[in-house]
Design a protein around this ligand. Structure first.
Ligand SMILES: Cc1ncc(COP(=O)(O)O)c(C=O)c1O
Length: 391
């Protein structure tokens, strides 16, 4: 199956206004997702929020199977959460770390996750172990295998980092963690919607995800996957009257599905919007999306490699839809602003998001251009020309 590129573009209102190369920040949603979100907000205003939720019951419930289908899970293994960080936190902070427990992670790890490791290490005496990269710049699988020991409590990595095209070998990491009987938390914030993600094949116990990036959902949406077979005994750090029932004056029981990680109150229009975005990804198919994104990203890398002063900075054996580069002697933020003035959206990734990786490579920051299915080869030409003119 191939994608109908003209139609995808026509059904993305933002394409008429911007040359958007910031899908890894927040992608342009489709008209269908936008309408579904807005229609629910309107319905809330017209008939009342609770009444709108009751009327949209089936659509809201449809969120769970739609996301489950996308990632190869069961519907009762999915929880709606407002963003990837909170979804990840809900899994991570619900684990009971003891002094000496080891958390294994990777060099390219996302800053918020690493801050949480530091906090938990400080509070509990757990240890953080950063597994080195191999020659491709992805996690060294041999080193990971050797680092796992009896004290290892968790393997926790970001599938695709914020600061580049690297795609970590999530399945191979899962095999190592599963063979050792160690829990595996995968931050899939930048990967779901970009490439095929199958939680059964990957073997992760938890997976966190955001709505606004490669899934093209509304901002303020995301989800947590919690594998029933391995995590149903884990009680969430935070409970409310949706996650648990107050069964006696001094007793409560916790839900046994992944929704025990949810709040009672949430962004209902966002749930519907994200459901529609997941439906669309399922309808288009993740294999064709991934093939097209790689074609676009490789094409962009090829164009940038001919621009004088530009050095590509993406790592990895497999490179995805996030293209990063450095420009000799130029202030990246200034270049970003100059492009923005021409309605071209790119961003700058800094050590703020990934200290170990960028600092280790001697990079203060990199420019980031991230493609999605609505981008065209013409746009890539236009971007490369605008960048060259700005340098
Ligand atoms: C790898 C990774 N994890 C987590 C996040 C945070 O996602 P959110 O802003 O949805 O919490 C990001 C955001 O860029 C990211 O790149």
């Amino acid at each position: 199956m191939t994608l109908d590129l003209a139609r995808l573009r026509a059904e993305t209102p933002g394409c008429a206004h911007v040359l958007h190369l910031n899908a890894a920040g927040s992608a342009l949603p489709s008209r269908r997702t936008l309408d579904a979100t807005l229609n629910h907000l309107k319905l809330e205003a017209e008939i009342g929020g609770y009444e709108a939720a009751a009327k949209a019951h089936d659509e809201l419930e449809g969120f769970y199977p739609a996301v489950a289908k996308l990632i190869g899970a069961q519907a009762d293994e999915v929880a709606f959460v407002e963003n990837a960080t909170r979804a990840w936190d809900l899994a991570f902070y619900s684990l009971d770390f003891k002094p000496g427990d080891r958390i294994l992670t990777c060099v390219s790890e996302y800053s918020s996750n690493y801050i949480s490791y530091l906090q938990v290490a400080k509070k509990t005496g757990a240890e953080i172990v950063v597994v080195p990269d191999d020659n491709y710049g992805q996690i060294d699988l041999g080193a990971l295998e050797r680092a796992i020991d009896k004290r290892t409590k968790l393997v926790s990595v970001s599938h695709v980092p914020t600061q580049g095209g690297l795609v970590q070998p999530a399945e191979a990491i899962g095999k190592i963690a599963n063979d050792a009987g160690v829990l595996y938390l995968l931050d899939a914030c930048q990967s779901v919607g970009q490439l095929p993600v199958d939680v059964r094949k990957i073997g992760c116990d938890f997976l966190s995800m955001t709505g606004r990036k490669y899934l093209r959902g509304p901002r303020g949406t995301g989800f947590l996957y919690a594998k029933r077979a391995t995590t149903s005994h884990i009680e969430p750090l935070l409970l409310d009257n949706h996650a648990a029932k107050w069964t006696d004056d001094n007793a409560y029981t916790v839900r046994d599905d992944a929704r025990r990680f949810e709040n009672w109150e949430r962004y209902f229009a966002g749930v519907i919007g994200l459901k529609v975005a997941a439906d669309q990804a399922n309808e288009l198919g993740m294999e064709p999306i991934w093939a097209r994104l790689r074609e676009l990203a490789d094409g962009l890398r090829a164009r940038l490699s001919t621009v004088k002063g530009v050095t590509l900075t993406d790592l990895g054996k497999v490179k995805g839809a996030i293209v990063t580069f450095a420009v000799d002697g130029k202030d990246h933020n200034e270049l970003k602003a100059r492009l923005r003035a021409q309605a071209i959206n790119v961003t700058v990734s800094t050590q703020f998001s990934s200290r170990l990786d960028l600092k280790g490579r001697g990079l203060r920051d990199v420019m980031r251009a991230s493609v999605h299915v609505y981008n065209t080869e013409d746009e890539l030409d236009r971007f490369a020309a605008a960048l060259e003119a700005a340098i």
